[in-house]
Design a protein around this ligand. Structure first.
Ligand code: LIP
Length: 272
């Protein structure tokens, strides 16, 4: 068994047990605090899941590093080095979770030398377990998944999110992109979880996904998942993905990604 397999197996069992915290509270977790703005929420479950994952992984791998959504919210620095780093969103789709809309997941990526080499996206409510390891393919539960073969925007279903910022200038760009994709493509979808949107691209349910303003913890697991499913993941400008840039574009094919690069109005949020 390789090193990545060993790290992955330990993480998977922690993710599965932390998933129970989400599924057990899915009907009753309406108590939340606000973070950066009125619709950026955190619940006790977000905090408990993150503590469970960081606690378990640091016990197993004391020299590994962590970038966790809720730890960063508490003032910790977001630092990505070459060391093995677990990038954690304990509940991606917290707003969904608070409302009982069943698209919330744990998103856990492992980066080594700043490259995502393993990812787990687990929606315990709908029992969807997406996994990927470098060079070993992408899976939904135990079934191998692949991206679609769509190459043109006019045939594409595109996932996106508005994000949490309601800054007027930013919203103008979001709505312009909304208009461009709706006019040119088959349609737009927004599940309310960046990680699950990327998982949809990996399984061929959507053909592309883009978002401006996301964070490393929203996209780290999705990056390796989409690539292992045969898709491409990059910066929306067409440059290589930068996990801390708060920008992502993934697609089933390089041709579709390129068309989106040329179609989207770009936003450059402050880096993580
Ligand atoms: C949320 C995302 C959502 C995105 C928001 C936010 P959270 O994550 O998954 O898709 O639009 O900006 O990052 O806060 O629920 O973990």
């Amino acid at each position: 068994m390789g090193e990545i397999d060993r790290y992955f197996d330990a993480a998977l069992s922690l993710v599965k047990s932390a998933g129970n915290l989400i599924s057990e509270h899915v009907d009753g977790c309406k108590i939340f605090e606000r973070k950066s703005c009125d619709i950026d929420l955190v619940t006790e479950i977000d905090k408990k899941v993150e503590e469970t994952l960081i606690g378990g992984l640091s016990k197993e791998f004391p020299d590994h590093k962590f970038i966790g959504e809720e730890s960063v919210a508490g003032g910790a620095k977001c630092e990505l080095t070459d060391a093995p780093t677990w990038i954690i969103d304990p509940v991606d789709g917290t707003l969904n979770f608070v409302h009982g809309f069943p698209h919330s997941c744990i998103s856990l990526g492992l980066a080594i030398n700043k490259e995502c080499v393993a990812g787990i996206i687990y929606n315990p409510i709908l029992k969807q377990l997406f996994t990927a390891k470098k060079g070993q393919g992408a899976f939904l539960n135990d079934r191998r998944i692949h991206v679609s073969d769509i190459t043109e925007l006019r045939n594409a279903l595109v996932a996106f999110e508005v994000g949490t910022s309601r800054d007027e200038e930013r919203c103008k760009v979001v709505f312009e992109n909304f208009k461009r994709i709706v006019t040119k493509g088959h349609g737009l979808r927004a599940l309310g979880s960046a990680a699950l949107n990327m998982a949809m691209v990996a399984m061929g349910g959507a053909d592309a996904n883009f978002e401006f303003g996301i964070h490393a913890w929203d996209i780290a697991a999705g990056d390796i998942l989409v690539r292992e499913a045969g898709g491409v993941c990059m910066d929306p400008s067409g440059k290589p993905l930068d996990l801390l840039s708060r920008r992502v574009l993934c697609a089933s094919t390089p041709q579709l990604a390129q068309e989106l690069v040329e179609t989207l109005v770009q936003i450059y949020p402050e880096r993580d």
